[in-house]
Ligand binder design. Structure first.
Ligand code: ADE
Length: 258
């Protein structure tokens, strides 16, 4: 998988690509990346990349030319010319990170992890020209219902959610029981010491009884999900991913207060 990040501030995503598990994945050749400074594609001697919006209003808009030249430099071609679709189909998926996009979920992260190349456009100021979106962007993605000062952090969040799902980056076992893997939140974790701050590790986790541990963990996941994200339980029921065992536990949690 190759990530291309088109940005005015490459130092923000660079720190992420150069650290920890990502750096290892790059070393192993599982991930490749390319940080493209949009300013390098500006046309004037001041390297201008922003201009005022048509129609007036606060702030500036990213100029079309530097951005389009940056896109073309990584092999992206316009999907439309003069409003008409072009025939060129590309294997590269172009993502514009914006609060107006569809919200990132674990499901969308899995979908993106199956692409060969992802190209991220990081917006600054009031965003980018709509015609660049119409001509070059495949998917607009938001990381949540709040507004960040720029797209770099949001793009880095999406890249983090996606690259760890690629085979060989982390173990399949780690992915199996984490939050959202099957629509539920994660169970609580404990490590040494056995007693911390007067609180003892639950006995079942010290018992070595694998079946009881599995049941306890499932119950904790259901309790947590019911308490903080009840809509996820509704979603699981819709998708048919709640087992009969889980449904019985929910009944027990809700009606016995146990
Ligand atoms: N840029 C600014 N805020 C954002 C958000 N919430 N998601 C994606 N990109 C953004």
């Amino acid at each position: 998988m190759k990530f291309h990040v088109l940005t005015l501030f490459p130092e923000i995503p660079r720190a992420f690509f150069e650290s920890s598990i990502m750096a290892k994945a790059v070393d192993k050749g599982i991930i490749a990346y390319d940080l493209v400074n949009i300013r390098d594609f500006a046309l004037d001697k001041h390297n201008t990349c922003d201009d005022s919006p048509y129609g007036g209003g606060a702030g500036m808009v990213m100029m079309t030319e530097p951005l389009v030249r940056a896109l073309e430099s990584v092999g992206v071609r316009s999907k439309k010319i003069g409003g008409k679709k072009t025939t060129g189909k590309s294997k590269k998926r172009v993502i514009y990170v914006t609060p107006s996009g569809k919200t990132l979920t674990q499901k969308l992260s899995y979908e993106l992890s199956r692409e060969e190349e992802l190209i991220f456009i990081c917006g600054r100021y009031e965003g980018i020209d709509q015609r660049v979106i119409d001509s070059y962007v495949d998917t607009e993605i938001s990381i949540g219902d709040y507004v960040l000062s720029s797209g770099e952090v949001a793009a880095t969040v999406i890249i983090d959610a996606v690259y760890r799902l690629i085979e060989g980056v982390i173990t399949a076992e780690s992915l199996q029981e984490e939050s959202f893997s099957d629509g539920l939140l994660e169970y609580p974790q404990y490590t040494r010491p056995e007693v911390f701050n007067g609180i003892k590790v639950p006995d079942v986790l010290l018992s070595g009884h694998h079946e009881n541990i599995r049941k306890w963990r499932l119950k904790k996941r259901l309790e947590k999900t019911l308490m903080v994200r009840p809509e996820l339980i509704t979603e699981c029921r819709k998708n048919g991913t709640l087992t009969t065992e889980a449904e019985k536990m929910i009944e027990q949690i809700l009606f016995s207060g146990d």
